[in-house]
Design a protein around this ligand. Structure first.
Ligand code: SF4
Ligand code: SF4
Ligand code: SF4
Length: 348
């Protein structure tokens, strides 16, 4: 174990722990743009710099391991001054259109500029002028807002495993792009939106049908209903309407989603969606109770079995249901109804 001090607090952590992890253990928050505990630390944004007694410069908390007797200050005068300078440099190339930016209210850059009291940049000069890539059906990439934290690139390569995007060019024109700048639609991108979910600013944003501010919404933790993986997600809800989805940390998805979980949520609010069982009466489908629906199903199965035989009946189960439910469905068909006519939509 390593003993150290953070802002005067005595901390004991395991060898190999970073300053950022040690600080979080004692409830000291260090700001980050590029950090994600699931990624290999890369220290790209440098906003997490801290002061270490006896050190020659300010190391990044996310990449620096602690050592015995370390004495760290996370908000010293020099640290604050350096963070203000970093924000000033970031803003030198940022549109500052928070009034109409969709990310307003949930933007790490906005929050840190507020925290460190930076209203505008002191730098004057050329500005980025990239064409917004709107070729993906679900999200857009506006590189004029990108702060080059690299999170999207590493999430795509290290977690999603697609490697659809990367850093293009060097120096001033550096930006996040698909190979040969061919646009997202022509790339290997599978539209999982995991890059969108981690972008700390408004550079990668869903093409939402709704206009909303995050402070008008609440989140509801749920399980994706599209397939049996059981990904955990937070529905973003405004006035009882789902307006977005964020991945949540679950045992099976570890904060990732696929295109269906992330973007295909509009069916929830669709007017044609079935919300009650229907039975056909006099040739017309009418709403009914679950009790009546089950009675109709049971009567029809029994009637068909008696008059034509069990093999005239088939059941088609769903990948949206649990594995256990699918198991019960085949058991019901084989053991109770008496037929092997059972199938599952996963065989499509
Ligand atoms: S949507 Fe998914 S596959 Fe496409 S660039 Fe983002 S992380 Fe990569
Ligand atoms: S697009 Fe977003 S996540 Fe990607 S590098 Fe830029 S700011 Fe970071
Ligand atoms: S997000 Fe995708 S992988 Fe996860 S449960 Fe939903 S459909 Fe399955």
């Amino acid at each position: 174990m390593i003993n150290l001090k953070i802002n005067g607090f005595e901390v004991q952590v395991e060898e190999g722990t970073t300053i950022l992890q040690a600080a979080s253990k004692v409830g000291v928050k260090i700001p980050t743009f590029c950090h994600d505990p699931r990624l290999v630390p890369h220290g790209t944004c440098r906003i997490c710099v801290v002061e270490v007694e006896g050190g020659r410069n300010l190391p990044t908390a996310c990449t620096t391991p602690v050592y015995e007797g370390m004495n760290i200050q996370t908000e010293s005068k020099e640290v604050v001054q350096t963070r203000r300078e970093i924000l000033d440099l970031v803003l030198a190339n940022h549109p500052l259109d928070c009034l109409t930016c969709e990310k307003s209210g949930r933007c790490t850059l906005q929050d840190l500029c507020y925290q460190y009291d930076i209203k505008e940049t002191t730098y004057v000069g050329e500005r980025k002028d990239f064409e917004v890539d709107e070729s993906n059906p679900f999200y857009y990439n506006d590189q004029n807002k990108c702060i080059l934290c690299g999170k999207c690139v590493y999430v795509c390569s290290q977690l999603q495993g697609t490697e659809a995007i990367g850093f293009a060019e060097r120096g001033f024109p550096t930006h996040i792009a698909t190979p040969f700048n061919q646009g997202l639609e022509q790339s290997t991108c599978v539209s999982c939106g995991n890059c969108v979910s981690v972008c700390p600013v408004g550079a990668l944003m869903p093409k939402s049908k709704e206009k909303f501010r995050y402070w008008e919404t609440k989140t509801v933790r749920t399980t994706c209903s599209y397939c049996g993986v059981g990904c955990q997600m937070d529905l973003v809800v405004k006035d009882d309407k789902v307006v977005g989805v964020d991945p949540a940390m679950g045992a099976s998805n570890e904060g990732l989603l696929c295109v269906k979980g992330k973007f295909a949520y509009n069916f929830v609010n669709h007017p044609s969606r079935l919300t009650t069982p229907l039975v056909r009466k006099d040739g017309k489908l009418v709403e009914t109770s679950w009790d009546e629906a089950y009675e109709v199903i049971a009567n029809k199965i029994n009637e068909t079995k008696e008059t034509v035989g069990a093999d005239a009946i088939a059941a088609f189960s769903s990948a949206r249901a649990l594995t256990e439910d699918n198991y019960l469905m085949q058991k019901l068909m084989r053991a109770v109804v008496g037929t092997n006519n059972i199938d599952h939509c996963a065989r499509l």
